[in-house]
Design a protein around this ligand. Structure first.
Ligand SMILES: [Zn+2]
Length: 476
């Protein structure tokens, strides 16, 4: 028996794009069939005529309910899952992966328990957590890695830089390369993957010192502090380490041509290396910092140059980069624009709601990205790399009925009214062709044509297990 039939759409499946009907029973897809062939007697019918039907988006990089330390004397916190995931429901993202920070003084199980408690009954869509290993962690913490993997948390985030300059009230993010090696040693043989924020700490901190000494502290210099060269050095050093440790790595927010090249070269050697970029890195460059709302699009490391944007698009459309994420960091506009100096600009992005639509409009419509590739970079690849596939990221029998209808005939200039998280979006004013109009989470309609139908009780924590092939060679 079917509960729901989605009829009349162009459906993007792992086997290609076609006119199919999708049958849903309960929370799962049970059939992808010839048009009109599913028994409709007792099922609800959702008419998808003229629409694209794609798997619910997966954003593998968000920081919700996360401390903001750009002004250490006035610490803040980003909006929580109950607020940001509302935008995801509207924008067609049905799963996201946030971070569980493990700092000296706590341990992995305790940190996971606290994070899961904060999220419970507070997310409109499904979620998971990467475990972030920060600072001078006691070595016994690394002995907890195998258990975490077995419990369904197989991804470990590390920073190769503190990102910001030292401050007595700022906790350090950086994990030294010895500890990164130790994390790889513990994770790799047991099915774990290392997620890397790759910047060269020496160069970044030296640049802060030098730019302060030279009085060049204006935030429009961010890309000269967090440089292309810093990304090159950190990515290549990390790849060399991962290769020696037989570890799989995923680089978050690749921002520079040099980063794409390092990832491509490693993948060319058959190494399990994956790269993510962000839609704001692909769509904005450092010139934008000079505009009145320029810091709305700042995310660490930094916006770069037009040739870097070209390399990122080439990596997304063709090959080399695997995922498009957000580095989601939802705040008010006032908070986002509070800092104007190289050492106090607020990082991160409010972009999860726009991610699917921007990827479609800028990728598929403007740059000829195939629909299969669109699904790969917005959903399927994140599912594969992070151990959610094929439960998530596929329109196939047995998969969760996480589905998004995109209306390719919708042309509009985005305004504040298109967004539902905070008092601004960096994407206001963008002209788009095509936009998500309907979102289903495990068979439930959670957003439809501008109406929110879901609640924060809908989202569930998803446990994960990464396929062995993903950890052995670059599969996507
Ligand atoms: Zn981040």
């Amino acid at each position: 028996m079917l509960d729901l039939i989605i009829r009349g759409g162009q459906v993007v499946t792992p086997g290609g794009v076609g006119a199919w009907d999708v049958g849903v029973d309960g929370e799962r897809i049970v059939a992808v069939a010839q048009p009109g062939s599913l028994p409709a007697s007792s099922a609800r019918v959702l008419d998808a005529t003229g629409k694209l039907v794609v798997p619910g988006g997966i954003d593998p990089h968000t920081h919700l309910a996360h401390p903001i330390m750009s002004h250490p004397d006035e610490p803040g916190i980003t909006l929580g899952p109950e607020d940001d995931s509302r935008g995801m429901a509207f924008g067609g993202t049905t799963t996201y992966i946030d971070f569980c920070y493990v700092r000296p003084g706590t341990d992995i199980p305790t940190a996971l328990e606290q994070r899961a408690a904060r999220w419970k009954a507070n997310s409109h869509v499904d979620y998971a957590f990467h475990i972030t290993l920060c600072g001078a962690l006691d070595l016994r913490i690394f002995e907890q890695i195998p258990d975490a993997i077995a419990e369904g948390f197989p991804t470990f985030k590390v920073f190769t830089t503190n990102v910001l300059p030292p401050h007595p009230k700022r906790q350090t993010n950086r994990l030294d390369y010895g500890r990164i090696q130790f994390a790889m040693e513990k994770a790799a043989p047991r099915g774990g993957l290392i997620v890397v924020h790759g910047e060269d700490e020496d160069l970044v901190q030296f640049n802060y010192e030098r730019f302060r000494a030279e009085g060049r502290t204006d935030g429009t210099n961010m890309h000269l502090v967090h440089t292309n060269l810093s990304e090159l050095l950190a990515f290549r050093r990390t790849v060399a380490l991962a290769r020696a440790m037989r570890a799989a790595v995923y680089f978050v927010h690749t921002s520079a041509r040099e980063g794409v090249e390092a990832i491509r070269e490693a993948r060319g050697l058959g190494l399990p290396v994956y790269g993510e970029t962000l839609h704001q890195y692909a769509c904005f460059n450092a010139e934008y910092y000079k505009t009145p709302r320029g810091f709305c699009s700042h995310t660490y490391p930094s916006l770069k140059f037009p040739e870097d944007q070209a390399a990122l698009w080439d990596g997304l459309v063709r090959d080399g980069l695997s995922t498009l994420a957000t580095d989601e960091y939802p705040t008010s506009l006032a908070l986002k624009l509070r800092g104007t100096r190289i050492d106090d600009v607020t990082g991160g992005n409010v972009g999860a709601e726009a991610r699917m639509g921007i990827a479609y409009s800028e990728g598929v419509v403007k740059r000829g990205m195939s629909l299969d590739r669109f699904v790969d970079i917005t959903s399927a690849n994140a599912a594969r790399i992070f151990g959610l596939y094929p439960k998530k990221g596929a329109i196939a029998p047995g998969s969760d009925a996480d589905l998004v209808l995109i209306d390719p005939g919708l042309h509009k200039t985005l305004t504040r009214d298109d967004f539902h998280v905070t008092d601004y979006s960096p994407w206001e004013g963008w002209e788009v062709s095509g936009w998500p109009v309907t979102t289903l989470l495990r068979g439930k309609l959670i957003a439809d044509h501008g109406k929110l139908l879901g609640t924060p009780l809908d989202g569930q924590l998803v446990k994960r297990k990464i396929e062995t092939a993903v950890l052995e060679r670059p599969v996507c």
